[in-house]
Write a protein that binds this ligand. Sequence first.
Ligand SMILES: Cc1cc2nc3c(=O)[nH]c(=O)nc-3n(C[C@H](O)[C@H](O)[C@H](O)COP(=O)(O)OP(=O)(O)OC[C@H]3O[C@@H](n4cnc5c(N)ncnc54)[C@H](O)[C@@H]3O)c2cc1C
Length: 386
Amino acid sequence: MGSTITCDVAIVGGGLAGGLIALALKARHPALDVRMIDAARVVGGNHRWSFFDSDVSEGDRWIVAPLIGNSWMSYEVAFPAHRRTIGTVYHSIDSERLDAVVRQTLKPSALMLSRVVTELSATRISFADGDRLDARGVIDARGTGDLSVLDLGWQKFVGRELRLSVPHGSERPMVMDATVDQLDGYRFVYCLPLAPDRMFVEDTYYSDHPTLDRAAIGDRIHDYAVDQGWQVEQAGREEAGVLPVVMSGDFERYWQSSGAGIAKAGMRAGLFHPTTGYSLPDAVRTAALIAARTDFTGVGLHEATHEFAREKWRRRGFFRMLDTMLFKAADPAERYRILERFYRLDPSLIGRFYAGTSTMIDKARVLTGKPPVPIGRAVRALAGRS
Ligand SMILES: Cc1cc2nc3c(=O)[nH]c(=O)nc-3n(C[C@H](O)[C@H](O)[C@H](O)COP(=O)(O)OP(=O)(O)OC[C@H]3O[C@@H](n4cnc5c(N)ncnc54)[C@H](O)[C@@H]3O)c2cc1C
């Protein structure tokens, strides 16, 4: 017979969304007994999360500020016919830092790592070893729900940190270098100059299928570094991702796929950008929403997170439509043209696009002008959406 633990709020999944909620809750309600449960031994897994300054509102900045490891004043993009520097601040957080800050904030007994959850409800968690946790409210932040209920393309990548024997001389991130060979859909390389002799290089594909050939992509990262003239002394930490790019899907079905009536956050709540699969901006907003509450009951947290996520999903039909055009109307080798054209637009419009806050005028600007995909195919692709 295991023991029963009681607490105020139990966050299951100590990744990006769960970590930010824990930090925000403890900052706003220091006396609240918050527990964080994860199957892994560390908080945040093995990730580097980056975001534009414009992704996070002034009022929510306090949530991410202690986590930022690198910031740059501008970033670059490059396409076959167009290269541009954009004066938007760009930030990066690594999971080791999230792990360290969460450990400083939560008492050791509140951080329940390496724990296998067998059952979960809005107020109770059962563990494989027979222990039980009763909470006023449970938040499920265990990563993606059942993605098979959505109609998806994929953004997949392998990123590797390179230590160089000669400084690279780059001042700013290269967020999209699409001058590379177009393989497996829309391909670009993403580079973050972490230090004068450290470069993070990520080879990325907007692909029809989720299979990731890590060895082949690793070779391409090496070739890219050689092409840039970088002298690689050592290849370090590596990460990989296969993120959903949503063309269509029923929000309620996705929500229910990982349990009804339980509060959710992060990818599990459908709180990610349909076009990039990135969830940091929504994770910050969710942490702010939860920290501003005083009702931490399971029912109250479920209502609040469900309503928040449903509203975001409803407002993001535009991005799902663009994803359909990208994946269904454009030939894979021509997909880069859509992004090349997009990156000629106003920087503040680009910022709102990534923050998921495009206005009606932004949407009209993105869609007007000579379409970079065959218009007949675009119409057929949109008509065929489920
Ligand atoms: C390599 C990579 C890089 C990315 N880069 C960016 C980026 O730069 N910017 C951005 O906005 N987005 C990025 N994303 C996309 C997305 O924002 C991240 O995946 C983000 O971590 C999702 O947050 P989350 O909290 O929903 O899930 P996760 O961060 O994946 O956290 C889920 C947690 O739940 C735990 N868990 C799972 N199952 C169980 C279980 N049964 N019991 C207990 N614990 C469990 C896991 O161990 C994990 O810690 C990236 C994704 C990847 C994979």
